[in-house]
Design a protein around this ligand. Structure first.
Ligand code: MG
Length: 349
């Protein structure tokens, strides 16, 4: 173990080099005090007949029965259907997204295009796996003997990077994506610090090797990056084809302090408002984009992220607030660390 001074220097070096992967300077080579990696049961691989078992530390997003982790993009219940152990896109019902938000992660998704196939080019078995809510698409398409533009084929980073090879199975068979997602980073002023990066294995074959995204993906034209939270929902596209999904799980990387959620728009709308007993001393809770709230407290506007359906936390100070709307009164409790600071009632607009 190193001395505190050396450790502090190490932290400084690590902070200045945060964007570059390098051995942690806080530990000596072969340091016997260094914590052991956590034990994880790796689960099992899937076959065409049967989905595998996720690793023991994964968040299971779809297990073949329970669709509760998925909602429409506004957070209302999805119209996608579950049947026979799979989840199917209902054309025209819109994208689905996770209720929970994820930053850097490993995502496993299995999907099957409709059989017999209908349509051609981008019209055959089109869906997509999106990170950053609806911003960054890894294409899902029936690319089996179906020619389309290369940067729109299966496992393309849409409009930016074709897959290195085409490893599609015939329509109706289960395709497997294993994706490593590194979210883009922005500074407090919204300036891009680091681009998003994505690695994709399709049916176990490397097809995207840590490519740097130019910005959000889109049809015709490449939009520039625009600042957004590091952690956001993962979404699946409705492109008018009844594409099926099974065995979806994610492992978030980097040990975040709290789980994070993008709550339904309708629920966020009820939380926004003015709180307090005294109109001269009112706390204003307002909505921001991407499911965030902001609250004026102690002379500052602090940004709040949902850590449950009722509780929010601030990533930069140790402030949390809890909305208690289940009783006759609509109340908000504010705490700093372990200390309960105040309870305020919502003022009717
Ligand atoms: Mg698509």
């Amino acid at each position: 173990m190193k001395t505190p001074a050396v450790r502090a220097l190490g932290i400084l070096i690590a902070a200045s080099a945060a964007a570059v992967a390098a051995p942690d300077p806080n530990w000596l080579d072969h340091d016997r005090d260094r914590p052991q990696p956590a034990l994880v049961d790796p689960g099992t691989f899937s076959s065409q007949e049967q989905p595998g078992r996720p690793p023991s530390d994964a968040v299971v997003l779809f297990d073949g029965r329970d669709i509760s982790q998925w909602v429409a993009m506004d957070g209302s219940p999805t119209k996608w259907v579950v049947k026979n152990g799979l989840m199917e896109c209902v054309p025209g019902s819109g994208y689905v997204r996770t209720l929970e938000s994820f930053g850097d992660c490993q995502l496993h998704v299995e999907w099957a295009s409709p059989t017999p196939p209908h349509g051609d080019s981008q019209g055959r078995g089109n869906s997509g796996v999106f990170f950053g809510y609806d911003r960054y698409e890894c294409q899902v398409l029936d690319s089996y003997q179906n020619k389309s533009y290369a940067d729109g084929s299966a496992a393309a980073i849409y409009g930016q990077y074709p897959p290195l090879v085409n490893v599609m199975l015939p329509p109706g068979q289960w395709e497997v994506y294993d994706i490593i997602w590194t979210a883009p980073r922005f500074d407090e002023d919204g300036k891009l610090l680091k681009k998003a990066h994505e690695t994709v294995f399709h049916n176990g074959v490397l097809v995207q090797n840590n490519v740097a995204l130019t910005g959000p993906t889109g049809w015709i034209g490449r939009a520039p990056y625009k600042a957004h939270p590091e952690r956001l929902p993962i979404a699946l596209q409705d492109h008018g084809n009844p594409v099926r999904f099974r065995n979806i799980w994610v492992r978030e990387l980097g040990n975040p302090r709290h789980k994070e959620f993008m709550l339904p728009d309708a629920l966020l709308a009820t939380y926004a408002g003015d709180y307090g007993q005294d109109p001269r001393n009112t706390v204003h809770v307002r909505r921001l984009a991407d499911g965030l709230l902001t609250m004026n407290l102690g002379g500052a506007d602090i940004v709040l992220h949902a850590m449950s359906m009722t509780r929010f936390y601030c990533p930069t100070t140790d402030v949390q607030c809890e909305f208690n709307f289940s009783g006759p009164k609509k109340e908000m409790d504010v705490s700093v660390g372990d200390e309960h600071v105040m309870r305020m009632e919502r003022l009717e607009p």
